[in-house]
Design a protein around this ligand. Structure first.
Ligand SMILES: Cc1cc2nc3c(=O)[nH]c(=O)nc-3n(C[C@H](O)[C@H](O)[C@H](O)COP(=O)(O)OP(=O)(O)OC[C@H]3O[C@@H](n4cnc5c(N)ncnc54)[C@H](O)[C@@H]3O)c2cc1C
Length: 271
């Protein structure tokens, strides 16, 4: 389908983008890679009057060490995460997760900020940032604030971000040699996850097991108490409400979550 008509602006700086968003309020929508926004507009589930294109703002595309954390610009594309030497050394989970997102075309356009802002519980990177205990940095004319990933997603496609706020940065701890793994279950290569599990440093993030990315809290608690991987993984679906669709029932997804969590924990323990 063809989207409803819209105006288009491509500000040449982050400051100009923030100002434009503030000026046009609810009428305006940010576009980064456009790989989630445009499909939604084509389905006419969104009809912004103005698109503010930040996709070419180089100041939002970086990965750098900053103290105990790695700072990632919101406009960093999935492919740039995949090939980042900084991430390979400091947060190896992220390149491994980025490598599983869609196909090369999607990974060369889509951005980490767009993926987190879109708030699709079936997306890969949000659960990874959640498992990493990351932070999302937002900017508006009122200034800058940081929201922990544990508080960022509030429902399907909804987040704690205000309409006039831009995600400018994602911050994650340097995990270095801590064990990690990503297990993504799909029917075909390049598909969205039916269920996926991110493990890092004893924390577990779940993809597509509820209305937001989730932490497998019961599994994490069992691990902290010294329970075995098998015992902890058996609790991975506790408190989840996975969706029903053509790919599977909630019971099927709960079983997948347990199996994938066990595999991911075993892999992480061996790294
Ligand atoms: C064929 C296909 C397959 C895909 N497969 C997968 C997959 O397997 N796994 C997966 O996780 N994803 C998948 N995706 C989604 C892809 O990763 C998207 O690129 C990503 O979810 C959105 O990033 P974007 O930069 O394209 O955002 P956009 O589409 O530009 O924006 C998405 C939303 O985020 C908002 N937004 C964007 N950037 C910011 C910002 N900096 N601050 C505030 N709001 C912002 C926009 O206003 C919009 O509401 C797929 C997409 C396609 C088209």
């Amino acid at each position: 389908m063809i989207p409803v008509g819209f105006d288009y602006a491509r500000p040449d700086s982050l400051d100009a983008a923030v100002a434009l968003l503030a000026e046009r309020g609810d009428e305006a929508t940010i576009m980064a890679g456009g790989h989630s926004l445009l499909p939604v507009m084509k389905l006419r589930l969104a009809a912004p009057e103005l698109i503010v294109d930040i996709g070419r703002l180089r100041e939002l595309n970086y990965v750098k060490v900053d103290g105990d954390e790695v700072a990632i610009g919101a406009g960093t594309r999935h492919h740039d995460l995949e090939v980042s030497d900084v991430l390979a050394a400091e947060v190896p989970l992220l390149p491994a997760v980025a490598r599983t997102v869609g196909d090369p075309q999607v990974r060369h356009r889509g951005t980490i900020g767009g993926s987190l802002a879109h708030g699709d519980p079936a997306s890969d990177l949000p659960a990874a940032v959640l498992a990493l205990d990351g932070t999302i940095v937002l900017r508006s004319p009122r200034g800058q604030r940081s929201v922990p990933a544990t508080e960022f997603w509030t429902g399907v496609f909804t987040t704690a971000k205000e309409p006039d706020e831009l995600i400018v940065e994602i911050r994650v701890p340097r995990t270095g040699s801590a064990g990690w793994a990503y297990e993504k279950f799909t029917r075909r290569a390049n598909d969205w996850a039916i269920v996926a599990v991110a493990v890092v440093d004893g924390r577990v993030g779940l993809v597509n097991m509820g209305s937001t990315p989730l932490r497998a809290s019961a599994t994490e608690a069992a691990l902290a108490e010294g329970k075995s991987i098998a015992e902890a993984a058996a609790l991975a679906a506790e408190g989840t409400e996975p969706p029903t669709d053509t790919a599977g029932t909630p019971e099927y997804r709960k079983n997948l979550a347990r199996v994938l969590t066990r595999r991911a924990l075993e892999t992480a323990a061996g790294r």
